[in-house]
Design a protein around this ligand. Structure first.
Ligand SMILES: [Zn+2]
Length: 75
């Protein structure tokens, strides 16, 4: 059992039915929810990648030359 963080509806989820990271939808408001914990089941609003908000800070001092050319050999 978990509560929808959006509309507070009780969502009937057993902790052995869901896995952490799984996406479910609220039956009440149909929002997408992500399971962040299974014992107890906790849900949070799933982030919609398409609605990603760009934080455009006006004082963005991004003048550093990031030279990240390390040889990272991760196989
Ligand atoms: Zn809901």
């Amino acid at each position: 059992m978990a509560h929808c963080p959006e509309c507070e509806a009780l969502i009937d989820l057993d902790n052995d039915e869901v896995a952490e990271g799984e996406l479910v939808s609220c039956p009440e408001c149909s929002v997408d929810l992500e399971v962040i914990s299974t014992n107890p089941v906790e849900l949070r609003l799933a982030e919609d990648e398409e609605l990603e908000e760009d934080e455009d800070d006006e004082d963005e001092e991004d003048l550093l030359d990031e030279d990240d050319e390390d040889d990272d050999d991760d196989e």
